[in-house]
Design a protein around this ligand. Structure first.
Ligand code: IMP
Length: 426
């Protein structure tokens, strides 16, 4: 039984497509925004009253007074980051406690998970994943290994012992790695304080809460973090995150059957970026990469690292759209390309002298040469444009060639960081 609406919004590239802004824009059409995977490795930037606000755990619907926000069971939560986010919102005059709900099945990130992340990355030397070091992989490992601690456990008698046991296991594991510094005592103190705070939040059986909301006709938006190419199974493994970033992750991460999902909205940047290590066929270097980085403010919202930049990759985009059953795409950051005479994009890959338009098993096994085509740039500022009809012909050409190749309609474009700079098509 389902009577409301459940749409999904997810990133189609390697993350940082501008999802936070689009969720914020769309939120007024929904009653609930729900995060279904990932953790504080995410950094969703929303511009509120001209100020950049970065959220790591709380869904981007929080900036709309009427919208409730669920942190679903597929998310891993660091109590310290979560408490900080509530404090930040409080300073902005938002009482998030009223409108944030936390699933009882959410797994907790312990300080020693972060320590393990640090030690494991340091030990990888040249082959680092480029993790955000927020303890994501070790926490999901404990989840699948059935050792994890969940929010619901905070209310059980054995909680402290459960914590000590897991911490001891981590300390034993850490002996396998070359030593790395970590201020454990200090972090544990913050963690226990934050645990007291988490106990005061609205904790629910997330899946049943969602079913009930749907029964009462709620419109729900499931907000993805990271991007399709960072998915544990379908991304550029092993250079991926440890959760299911795609639309399939919604079922696991919120407790809803596939048949409940209505629209899947894919967010794609008008060019491509990636932060961290791993293959990126259309990556460029030198002056043009630096230009895109500066103009697009391409620095990680969580770690501040410079993002790698490159051109739009239609092989990759088509793969992500198909994989996730995307019904419509919103193209972001078009304004970053405003001054370019010509805009290159990859239509196919040349691998061993063979032209292919399908995604290979690995992107880092053999050299991949993107087959580039260029389209004419619009060479004018899109900054002030507010309606689809006013977009220059060259923008419409770019939009057309993308939707033709990906076989999914583009329903909107974003031309700047502010809420009003998202131009719907219909
Ligand atoms: P982890 O999830 O922190 O372990 O990082 C694994 C990989 O995913 C690294 O390459 C990170 O840079 C990347 N990553 C994780 N979260 C995000 C995100 O929100 N945006 C972009 N890249 C991310």
């Amino acid at each position: 039984m389902k009577t409301g609406q459940l749409d999904v919004l997810l990133g189609l590239q390697w993350g940082d497509e501008g999802k936070g802004k689009v969720v914020d824009y769309l939120s007024s059409r929904y009653d609930i925004v729900a995060r279904y995977q990932g953790g504080p490795n995410a950094g969703h930037t929303v511009v509120v009253d001209g100020k950049n606000v970065v959220l790591h755990t709380i869904p981007s619907g929080i900036f709309h007074d009427e919208v409730k926000n669920l942190i679903g069971n597929g998310v891993v939560v660091d109590p310290i980051t979560l408490q900080r986010e509530f404090e930040l919102l409080h300073q902005l005059g938002i009482d998030a406690k009223e409108r944030v709900y936390l699933s009882r099945r959410v797994h907790l990130i312990l300080p020693t998970h972060r320590w393990l992340d640090l030690a494991s990355e340091a030990a990888k030397k040249k082959n680092k994943i480029g993790s955000t070091l927020r303890g994501i992989a070790p926490t999901y490992m404990d989840k699948t290994g059935r050792n994890g601690i969940r929010v619901g456990d905070l209310f059980t008698k054995g909680f402290v012992e459960q914590y000590q046991n897991l911490k001891s296991k981590h300390l034993r594991l850490l002996e396998m790695y070359p030593p790395v510094e970590f201020p454990l005592e200090e972090e544990e103190e913050k963690w226990w304080n934050a645990i007291d705070f988490v106990r005061t939040l609205q904790i629910v059986d997330g899946e049943q809460w969602i079913w009930q909301a749907l029964e009462h006709n709620a419109r729900i938006l499931a907000e993805g973090a990271q991007g399709a190419m960072l998915d544990l199974d379908y991304g550029t493994y092993p250079y991926v995150t440890s959760s299911y970033t795609g639309s399939a992750g919604v079922c696991i991460g919120l407790g809803v059957p596939p048949s409940y999902i209505d629209e899947v909205i894919g967010i794609a940047k008008a060019y491509t970026t990636r932060v961290g290590s791993g293959p990126f066929p259309t990556e460029i270097e030198g002056e043009m990469a630096e230009y895109l980085r500066q103009k697009g403010h391409e620095y990680g919202a969580t770690t501040g690292r410079p993002r790698r930049c490159g051109w739009l990759d239609l092989v990759q985009l088509r793969y992500s759209a198909r994989l996730n059953g995307v019904n419509r795409i919103i193209l972001t950051k078009l304004d970053v390309l405003d001054e370019l005479e010509e805009i290159p994009y990859a239509k196919a890959y040349k691998i061993d002298n063979t032209i292919s338009t399908s995604m290979p098993y690995r992107l880092d096994d053999v050299p991949i040469h993107p087959v580039y085509i260029t389209t004419e740039g619009w060479r004018t500022s899109l900054d002030h444009i507010t309606s689809w009809e006013d977009l220059p012909g060259e923008v419409l050409d770019y939009v057309e060639l993308i939707q033709h190749s990906v076989e999914v309609p583009i329903h909107g474009v974003s031309v700047g960081p502010e809420r009003h700079q998202l131009i719907p098509r219909y």
